[in-house]
Design a protein around this ligand. Structure first.
Ligand SMILES: [Mg+2]
Length: 415
């Protein structure tokens, strides 16, 4: 069989409200009530009303609650909202578990984020003669074996698969084949098109372009004048279902460890950005420690509303797996490279991975680093032990202070 463009098939598999579902499925296993059926979010402390919404249930979204918005605003929209703390080690475990099921079906899987993968199913007709049935099989296996649901989108390329997985949720399989673009994608609001940010959508709407179909029929010159050459061309292609990017397999351990967060609302204050970097530092450093690895290079990435992505990175003198060092370095990097423009995506990456070298002994024993390492070990074991009662770094400042005080008291006793 000739593997040409016409029989390319891509699946996009997306966990429904991932962090919330993962917490919910763990609670259900313990005989507790299901957070997916009530307005609930993962995020900051509801008592202090601080922090941001990291993930929300479908009933919470019906109250207008959005990822990335301040907790105080979410509680205003829904006063009875259930707020649960983040548990990053749980997310890493669930992410690995669902990706390993997905990986059984094709050698070409791209991890797009912690809860999304693309599978290249092109030319697999001999193994899976009915690809829709295979999509249902993957979806149902994840639901039945792991206790949480996904949507599967099927299309001739990544864009169509991604758009299809975003149709009705949860626990659904949708297709977006070329002959379905007109009926399924063109009626959608232009802001629903993947990579069409809020400001691009506002510009398009103010020019009378309300739907993806209207965008698809807009003159290229008009679009590039409105959105810039690159972004204008890019959105016109996407609106017509054209996407030539390929599913790229990446071995995480070869490439490094990274986390990215896309937000629904523009991100323009440094506290929220650093809060996300802290959450990401927590996720990636837990993965690093789980693999007994260390990184020698830390980078931050952000994407502004014009879809421009910028990265800034720094090499360390010594490899590390310490969350606070990673977080502090990320904060320095973002302070150096971000100039205050609104963002849609923020990411943290750890590269130059060191797997088996012993940590170099500094001539001067770094007491602070030793203390931070102890804190990480303590937090990792608290999480392993207590699961959902476990703590996210953002919420452990009290514990940290207690440990520090205890440490101080112990040092004083030693004297
Ligand atoms: Mg998802």
């Amino acid at each position: 069989m000739v593997n040409n463009m016409s029989n390319n098939v891509v699946f996009h598999i997306d966990v429904n409200s991932a962090f919330l579902s993962w917490e919910a499925s763990r609670r259900v296993t313990n005989g507790e009530s299901d957070l997916r059926e009530i307005p609930a979010v993962v995020g900051g402390n509801p008592k202090s009303r601080r922090g941001i919404v990291v993930a929300g249930s479908i009933p919470a979204k019906k109250h207008g609650i959005k990822t990335g918005e301040p907790m105080a605003m979410a509680l205003q929209k829904c006063p009875g909202l259930v707020v649960v703390p983040a548990d990053f080690d749980l997310y890493v475990r669930c992410s690995k578990a669902f990706k390993s099921i997905c990986k059984e079906y094709t050698p070409a899987m791209e991890s797009f984020s912690i809860d999304e993968v693309f599978l290249d199913m092109s030319g697999m007709d001999n193994i899976y003669p009915d690809l829709i049935a295979t999509a249902y099989e993957i979806k149902n296996r994840i639901r039945d074996e792991l206790g949480f649901t996904v949507n599967v989108g099927i299309g001739p390329n990544k864009l169509c698969a991604k758009m299809a997985s975003d149709f009705e949720k949860p626990d659904k399989v949708h297709t977006l084949y070329p002959d379905e673009i007109e009926s399924k994608m063109w009626p959608l609001p232009v802001g629903d098109l993947f990579t069409c940010g809020k400001s691009s959508a506002a510009k398009l709407v103010s020019h009378g372009i309300h739907t993806i179909g209207e965008l698809a029929h807009t003159d290229i010159k008009e679009l590039t004048a409105l959105l810039g050459d690159k972004h204008g061309r890019h959105l016109l292609e996407f609106a017509n279902g054209i996407d030539e990017s390929i599913v790229t397999e990446e071995r995480e351990d070869a490439k490094g460890y990274s986390a990215e967060t896309t937000v629904d609302d523009d991100l323009d204050n440094i506290d929220s950005i650093k809060h996300m970097l802290l959450a990401q530092a927590d996720v990636v450093s837990a993965r690093l420690r789980a693999d007994e690895a260390k990184c020698k290079c830390i980078g931050v990435t952000y994407r502004n509303l014009d879809f421009k992505t910028k990265s800034h990175q720094r090499s360390l003198l010594e490899p590390t797996d310490v969350t606070d060092i990673i977080y502090e370095t990320a904060c320095k990097l973002i302070d150096e490279c971000w100039h205050g423009e609104p963002l849609r995506l923020i990411g943290l990456s750890l590269t130059d991975i060191d797997r088996d070298s012993f940590e170099q002994m500094s001539l001067i024993v770094d007491e602070k680093k030793e203390r931070l390492k102890k804190l990480d070990t303590a937090l990792d074991s608290i999480r392993t032990k207590f699961g959902n009662e476990s703590v996210s770094r953002a919420s452990v400042q009290n514990i940290t202070q207690k440990i520090n005080r205890k440490h101080k008291a112990e040092s004083e006793i030693m004297k």
